[in-house]
Each structure stands twice: as C-alpha cells, then as structure tokens.
Design a protein around this ligand. Structure first.
Ligand SMILES: *Cc1c(COP(=O)(O)O)cnc(C)c1O
Length: 356
C-alpha cells in the first residue's frame, strides 16, 4: 500500500539510546533534558532566536490567539488544514475568509484590506505546502491597521524566505511535528516568536500558568512536549539531510514524468528555499481528479485530497464565499511523497495522471 506519506522512522537503536537517557533520569516530561536538547538543536539548525516545543501543532495556535487577547474577527485563509480555522473558533473568534491566490494557493494579500472591519484583530494565514505567504505586504497591512499576524507554518520546517527562516516572520509562527510532517516527534509542534513579552505569555499559558511550583502568572493549559516525543525528535534530527535529499529526489522524478501532463503544479514564491513537503497537482475538473484517484486506489495507491473541503464551507460556520479556494479544493490532489518512494511508482502514478 502506498500512502500520501510514510512516516520517517530512524533506526530503532538510535531512538532507544535517547529513551535510555529518559529512563536513566527517571524523568518523562516537564521540560527534561531531551526537550531542552532538541530545542537547542532546532534553534541552531533553523537559525531562529527562540523556539519552544509543544505537544502538537494545534495548541500553540490556540494559545497564541489567547495570549494576544484577540477578539472579534480574524482574517484567515480557507485553504489549509482544519486546525487553522478550528483554533480561531475554539478561541471564540470569528474567522473571516479571504480567498487565495490561484497559483501560490496562499491567502490573496490584495484582498485582505477589503475584509478589514472595526472588529478585525488579526490575520492568521498559512504558508500552505511550505509556500510562503506574501509576508511583506501582510506586514504592511497589519502595521497600517494595527493587527496582529500569526502564521500557521505547520508545513514549513526548513523553509527559508529571502535568506532567513520563514518562522521569523509575523508576531508568532507555529509548526507541527506530527508524524506526517517532514520533521516529526510522533505528535508535536512548537511556536517561534521574537517578541519577548509575547513569548513569556505563551510560555506560561502552555504550562498551566505556572511561575514556579507555588505561584501562578495567569491562566494556562497544558501543551508541554514530553521526553518520549523529544527522544523521537532527536533520533529523526540526525537524519535531516537524508530526509530533504530523499524528498527532493522524488519531487524531481514527478517533475520529470509530469512535465507534459495537463495538470497544474504549485507555484513556489520567488526567493524561497522550499522543503519538498507536498506534491499537489491541480486537475481541470473534479471528475478528472476522481477518475485518477479511483484508478490509483484500485492499485493500492492512496493520494489525499489536501485540502478539501475549502474551510469556509465547514458545517459549523455561517456561509462565506471563496470561489477560488472552493474550486481548487475540489480539483487538487496531493501525490505520495516520502523518502525512498520507488521511482517506478512515481512513473506509474504520473502516467495514470497523464493518460487520465
Ligand atoms: C498538521 C497541521 C496542523 C496541526 O498540527 P498537529 O501537530 O497535527 O496538531 C495545523 N495546521 C496545518 C496547516 C497542518 O497541516
């Protein structure tokens, strides 16, 4: 069976040797040595000032909204994983959807200003498939209208934009280290912010509000990463070169085999060092997509409809229209992409797509 992704598993002895340290210390969570070591390694690797690990990539989104005391409307993208929208609703704010750019698939920054009202408090956008939003224009708009900016950078591990980590843009960025993501800790995530005050607030929110054992700085929840998760991260961390190289190779095969195919590919924003996280293709019609999906499924190949449905159509929301996102959501399919995916399988998938 070929799935859209396959979790990268390091040699189990390496994982075991990190676990051994947790055993020796008899310490499984509450920011132990493995979490701290992984944080240090990631900060150095990504070239960011500050990064804190969390138990998944959704809680830091919710906590960021809480920490910035966002109220009312949050402008967001309809083309992302459901966690982007659900975090806004979970924090009692209203998502206001702005349609996406048809080539980059990120929020269309030229439509943001028209969506701003007196109730708007922030912009929460996704660098979807690791493709950066137009961060410069979004920053200008945010400054002009006094809005906060959160980036759901769940797909962005290793992405650089204009020579620095994409995590460096916005008031805060969050990432996911879920098993399906490029770098993973089984379940896990982090937030990155250069704002010291905001960092302090998110930090105590993620640990029950503790100042120390007996004093509290304020309200909190529990979003801490455990030592068991960090052990997986440390074991995977040692293989990052192999992971990026392996994915780049598969992307190269698809590019080659699909070069004369009618499907449209993701346009990566200029000045981006991309991370080869997903291989989305856009069909002309939903019928064509469904036909290809059915043929591939019959061969035990399971691409995924990322991202479907368009989030503005979620059943718990009042109707808002986003024509481009709704149209692309129906026609986009993410092809299997992971380290070690056989070239012949890539060729077969590509031929199925080209021959429809
Ligand atoms: C994976 C993902 C998340 C959620 O991350 P978890 O670690 O699974 O909680 C959030 N946003 C996007 C865009 C994602 O793809």
């Amino acid at each position: 069976m070929i799935n859209v992704t396959q979790t990268y598993l390091p040699p189990i002895e390496e994982y075991r040797s990190f676990l051994q340290r947790a055993w020796d210390a008899k310490w499984l969570t509450n920011r132990g040595q493995l979490v701290k070591e992984l944080e240090e390694k990631l900060i150095a690797y990504l070239g960011v000032d500050n990064l804190t690990l969390t138990t998944n990539g959704t809680l830091p989104l919710q906590i960021a909204i809480k920490a910035m005391e966002l109220k009312g409307e949050i402008i967001t993208t309809p083309f992302s994983y459901v966690a982007t929208t659900s975090s806004i609703v979970w924090e009692n704010c209203k998502p206001v959807f702005v349609d996406i750019h048809p080539d980059y698939l990120t929020i269309d920054e030229t439509l943001i200003e028209a969506a701003i009202t007196n109730d708007t408090s922030a912009i929460l956008a996704t660098h979807v498939f690791g493709n950066p939003c137009n961060v410069e224009v979004i920053e200008q708009i945010a400054r002009k209208h006094n809005l906060k900016v959160i980036y759901d950078a769940a797909h962005c591990f290793g992405v650089n934009y204009k020579g620095k980590s994409i995590f460096d843009y916005g008031d805060v960025s969050t990432c996911s280290f879920h098993a399906t993501k490029i770098f993973h800790t089984g379940e896990g995530g982090c937030w990155i912010t250069n704002n010291k005050e905001l960092h302090h607030k998110i930090y105590y929110h993620h640990n029950f509000g503790h100042k120390n054992q007996e004093e509290f700085l304020g309200l909190g929840t529990n979003a801490k990463m455990s030592e068991l998760q960090a052990a997986m991260g440390l074991a995977v961390f040692g293989h990052l070169d192999e992971i990026f190289k392996g994915r780049k190779e598969v992307v190269g095969f698809y590019d080659e085999y699909l070069k004369d195919s009618p499907v449209r590919k993701l346009k990566i924003r200029e000045n981006t060092e991309w991370n080869y996280h997903y291989y989305p293709v856009i069909f002309e019609t939903e019928e064509e997509l469904l036909k290809v999906k059915e043929i591939l499924n019959s061969q035990q190949i399971f691409p995924r409809r990322y991202f479907y449905p368009s989030l503005n159509t979620l059943p718990y929301l009042k109707e808002q229209k986003c024509e481009i996102s709704e149209s692309i959501s129906k026609r986009i399919l993410c092809l299997p992409l992971y380290v070690g995916l056989d070239k012949r399988i890539v060729e077969n998938i590509s031929k199925t797509i080209s021959n429809g």
